[in-house]
Design a protein around this ligand. Structure first.
Ligand code: KIV
Length: 264
């Protein structure tokens, strides 16, 4: 089976079909998610928290993401594989090119970077060098110390306007997909409507073009923590495969995220 490309993912937005995405970090879970038909698998730097037990994502290295990307790649046949660039691995364009090349060589089909306007030159440089880029706006966990905590973003009108402007700037620079994290549901809709590229939400409301969850959250195994925007799909059915099927089904039919998983 041919793996989905970014063109396939973008076609889903164009055809008004919702996109489903999960994180995975190893071949076994990646294979199971892939077999159930997930569109995108992200090797997220959330692995710092859910695999390594760290309080945030800042300690994750490019070697960590490379290792897990290699593992995930071996399990995947049909999904698009996206790898996170960790904290300070894309501080300059030259450094970004070298680190992105490692992730692509280890099996990623796209890399994800957190941040706004300051990344436009880097994104354009990656694209011309053959590296597809996913942006990440809203709550950007690598900036947790600047943001003062893991907080909902874009609640003030000026901050919301700035975020929409940044999203447009990323698309114009060449980003081919965007993750939008923890923003009010109305802002999620504004961003998805403003962009032609797919906007994959996590805590950004039902109007995004797709939804992503951290696998440990949606299986209810994150240590002592269940974010408001997530849902324990395993609790309902007791079977991992069925849990993934239910997640994909609810994303497809827009019954997830509900109001209880969204911010105003
Ligand atoms: O690191 C990660 O898992 C992510 C998702 C939360 C989108 O960036």
């Amino acid at each position: 089976m041919k793996a989905k490309s970014i063109a396939d993912i973008q076609a889903k937005k164009a055809n008004d079909e919702k996109i489903s995405a999960l994180t995975a970090y190893d071949a076994s879970f990646a294979q199971l998610f892939d077999q159930e038909g997930i569109d995108i698998i992200l090797i997220g730097d959330s692995l710092g928290m859910v695999l390594q037990g760290q309080p945030d994502t800042l300690g994750v290295s490019i070697d960590d993401i490379s290792y897990h990307t290699r593992s995930v790649r071996r399990g995947v046949t049909q999904a698009m594989v996206v790898a996170d660039m960790p904290f300070m691995s894309y501080a300059t364009p030259e450094q970004t090119y070298q680190n992105a090349a490692k992730l692509m060589a280890n099996g990623a089909s796209m890399v994800k970077l957190e941040g706004g306007d300051w990344l436009t030159e880097t994104i354009a440089g990656l694209k011309v060098r053959g590296v597809p880029v996913c942006g990440h706006l809203g709550l950007t966990p690598q900036s947790v110390h600047v943001l003062g905590g893991f907080k909902v973003q874009g609640r003030q009108a000026a901050q919301a306007d700035e975020l929409v402007e940044s999203a447009i700037a990323l698309e114009q620079a060449g980003a081919q997909m965007l993750v939008l994290e923890c923003v009010p549901v109305a802002l999620g809709k504004r961003v998805a409507d403003a962009l032609t590229i797919p906007v994959i939400g996590i805590g950004a409301g039902v109007h995004c073009d797709g939804q992503i969850l951290v696998m440990h959250d949606m299986l209810g195994v994150s240590a002592n923590y269940m974010p408001k925007f997530s849902k324990n799909y395993l609790a309902d059915c007791g079977d991992v495969r069925q849990a993934v099927r239910n997640f994909i089904d609810e994303v497809t039919h827009q019954t997830f995220p509900g109001e209880q998983h969204s911010f105003n």
